[in-house]
Design a protein around this ligand. Sequence first.
Ligand code: 13P
Ligand code: SF4
Length: 327
Amino acid sequence: MIHIIYLLYVIAYFCISMVKNVKEEIRRLKEEKNAVILSHYYQDEEIQEIADFIGDSLDLSRIAAKVDQRIIVFCGVHFMAETAKLLNPTKKVLLPDLNAGCSLADNCSASDLLAFKLKNPKHKLVTYINCSAEVKAISDLVCTSSNAKKMIDSFPVDQPIIFAPDKNLGSFLKTQVDHELELWDGVCVVHEAFSIQKIIDIRLKYPNAFIIAHPESESNILNLAHFIGSTSQMINFVTEHPEDTFIVATEAGILAKMKELAPNATIIPAPVNEDNTCACSECAYMKVNTLEKVLDCLRNESPEIRIDAHIADRARKPIEKMLMLSQ
Ligand code: 13P
Ligand code: SF4
């Protein structure tokens, strides 16, 4: 028995030193190559720890547009790295793993959306930032979860709008704005996974808990929520109530930052329908990035985000307009 404990101790020590070495090498290469690392809150905690900036989609877009390092390593998913490239096109933008997709972006092609738009010729097209550069290129305006209402409200109230690709965020917006909204039928697989019954069961155990949810969640969860907001807004809500209890309906990567900023809060991840390893909801796309891949992409300066210039020129406009309107 003592031998097994000793062996486990040696293995743990070896793993911790390896992670430490990888982090040190990433920091060294970052300086040597004049790179900046941006991370979304859904990345693994060890990736967030080596990032220069962590944020939600809007924060990261704003930062990406301004950084002046030669290389941007984007620890997030493809549409986020693509947005960084659109906003700061002279930089080399690297994504640790090009397979870091998104169920929303991957299920809304520009050609299908264009056909939908042609059926609704009077409508303006507002797209959630979780979409490809090709989709942005045919959009009138882009929004994120933190500014979606403001972006819709920037149009006259009699202007009908197609909102794509997230139907849950779209349905939530219908309750917030007076515009006629036509919704694209797309979902985030991570936010569709939550079990309403299990959330209710936890709330019965913790009757004072706040239920906080990302607006990509289904309406039955949003109807129960005490607070709805983007990842940054959810973190701010927790830090404003540092002694309270929260049932958190979004991707589990966010929990690390909440626990760091509000160590006395009780933070409970909303459980999913199916049992999985952590009983919480994880984004498999976000999790394809690893610390080792961050190191490799810095070493090799690849994989790099490249966007056809013709698409990029058109895709940039609705994002820049969003940044201007959300100042
Ligand atoms: P935020 O803009 O709230 O960070 O959302 C990004 C995302 O992909 C949520 O699933
Ligand atoms: Fe896309 Fe959902 Fe993953 Fe966000 S959490 S990147 S919306 S699949």
